[in-house]
Design a protein around this ligand. Structure first.
Ligand code: ADP
Length: 448
């Protein structure tokens, strides 16, 4: 059993993990850069270690600094949160070589799923439906043309090593293919040091539906339904909900089983998310994320489970604390991502937080590392709070969200809060009838 867990992250997700540790009677170690000395995760953890200067390459991403922090504090396991080192197979390997436990999947699973082509091949072989596209990487424009003619325009050129919405270019027609191909390639080279790209049919009005899976590493796995994350700006999720307004119980059971069987088939361990585009009643796999997602709380809210606790349990060799038959969707949950950004252009807005007041009451969860008087450093992600609400049904969740937003006060900095007040007035949000392009179109007409 773990005695002490080091959290290789910051912000709200570090708090999330510290909370699970405390409830399980496990001591927690926070690591922080010099820019984060006053951060809430440092204050709430049982111990803390400074691991370097502000740039994450020299602190939150620096393997030796993090391993040393484990050795100094006697931590026996590392929880990576999301982002930073959470999907870095080399890091996992080094953690294990030092006799420490990594709370997450194996280096091999991270490697396979981090390569989008290998991930697609693996999933296809496991019976998961995929977006039509090239079989593997596309070496040059000539080959891209042949593939695009076969699958039909529009097509999207995507980086094999892609992530965070980068290295993706749309080619609406054959005339656009060469430009899309070359730009995706150079963007991929610059962002990921790997210029391999592949082609997919571009779906014109899909929803982004992702299935939460969980495995014990011994061939047993379950699914915890889906999240609809179609509300996106520049391929970044803005608001997420569970269950998906367009997904029926039968569809959930079907796609959930396909996903659970697939991860059971590879002895997957821990939390994972299988992402699909969903159009006209069909699911098309796009990628698998081998970590806890930012939006995991909506799943926790409707299933009444603690996913971080489960991650820790399976990492120390214990079974999951539930089986598929016990997992039932109860009610509806919505999360909004509150970023320190100034509208209408979403420009980062770090700085001093004046007054901060979090909403509360029935069905309200606020995951945030903010406090009155905190100074948000300019070096990291602009996500500062996640507001999650649960209601007995979708209308109740929506009115609860509106009520909770009205209680929330964040002064001193600009945030994306006004966006949600405006979105809640939209009929498409009230009825849940939006696809992945809806938000961009709405922003163009309403804000930008
Ligand atoms: P990343 O790993 O960079 O997040 P994904 O493959 O998950 O990349 O895609 C991110 C988003 O890009 C999707 O949620 C969707 O909005 C859009 N997208 C990706 N592939 C397609 C496709 N084939 N057709 C339409 N949209 C797509």
């Amino acid at each position: 059993m773990f005695q002490k867990i080091l959290i290789a992250n910051r912000g709200e997700i570090a708090l999330r993990v510290i909370r699970a540790c405390r409830e399980m009677g496990i001591r927690s170690v926070a690591v922080h850069s010099t820019a984060d000395s006053d951060a809430m995760h440092v204050r709430l953890a049982d111990e803390s270690v400074c691991i370097g200067p502000p740039p994450s390459s020299q602190s939150y991403l620096a393997f030796p600094n993090i391993i040393s922090a484990c050795e100094i504090t006697g931590a026996d396991a590392i929880h990576p949160g999301y982002g930073f080192l959470s999907e870095n197979a080399s890091f996992v390997q080094i953690v294990e070589d030092h006799g420490l436990a990594f709370i997450g999947p194996t280096a091999e699973h991270i490697r396979v799923m981090g390569d989008k082509i290998a991930a697609k091949e693996t999933m296809k072989a496991l019976g998961v439906p995929c977006v039509p596209g090239s079989d593997g990487g596309v070496p040059d424009v000539e080959t891209a043309r042949i593939v695009a003619d076969q699958i039909g325009y529009p097509v999207i050129v995507k980086a094999t090593a892609g992530g965070g919405g980068r290295g993706m270019k749309l080619a609406p027609t054959a005339d656009d293919l060469e430009h899309a191909f070359q730009t995706a390639r150079s963007e991929a080279k610059a962002a990921f040091g790997n210029d391999e790209v592949y082609l997919e049919k571009y779906l014109t009005r899909p929803r982004h539906i992702e299935v939460q899976v969980f495995g014990d590493g011994k061939g047993r796995a379950v699914h915890l339904g889906e999240r609809d994350c179609s509300l996106q700006r520049r391929h970044q999720k803005v608001m997420e909900e569970a269950p998906g307004p367009a997904i029926t119980a039968e569809m959930r059971a079907h796609i959930g089983k396909v996903c659970a069987d697939a991860v059971a088939g590879i002895n997957y361990i821990g939390a994972g998310t299988i992402e699909f585009l969903y159009e006209d009643g069909e699911f098309f796999f796009i990628e698998m994320n081998t970590r806890l997602q930012v939006e995991h709380p909506v799943t926790e809210a409707v299933f009444g489970v603690d996913l971080v606790r489960e991650q820790i349990r399976v990492a120390q060799g214990e079974p999951m604390s539930f089986v598929q038959d016990e997992l039932e969707v109860l009610g509806h949950a919505i999360e909004v991502r509150i970023n320190a950004e100034k509208l209408p252009n979403f420009t980062p807005s770090p700085g001093n937080v004046g007054m901060y007041h979090a909403p509360g009451g029935l069905g309200v969860r606020m995951d945030s590392a903010l406090y009155s008087g905190y100074t948000i450093p300019p070096y990291y992600d602009s996500l500062v709070a996640k507001l999650i609400v649960r209601g007995r049904d979708r209308p109740e969740a929506l009115s609860r969200l509106q009520r909770a937003l009205s209680e929330l006060v964040i002064e001193g900095i600009d945030t994306t809060l006004p966006l949600f007040d405006a979105l809640l007035r939209e009929p498409a949000i009230q009825t849940g009838s939006y696809d992945i392009h809806w938000l961009e179109k709405w922003l163009a007409g309403n804000l930008e």
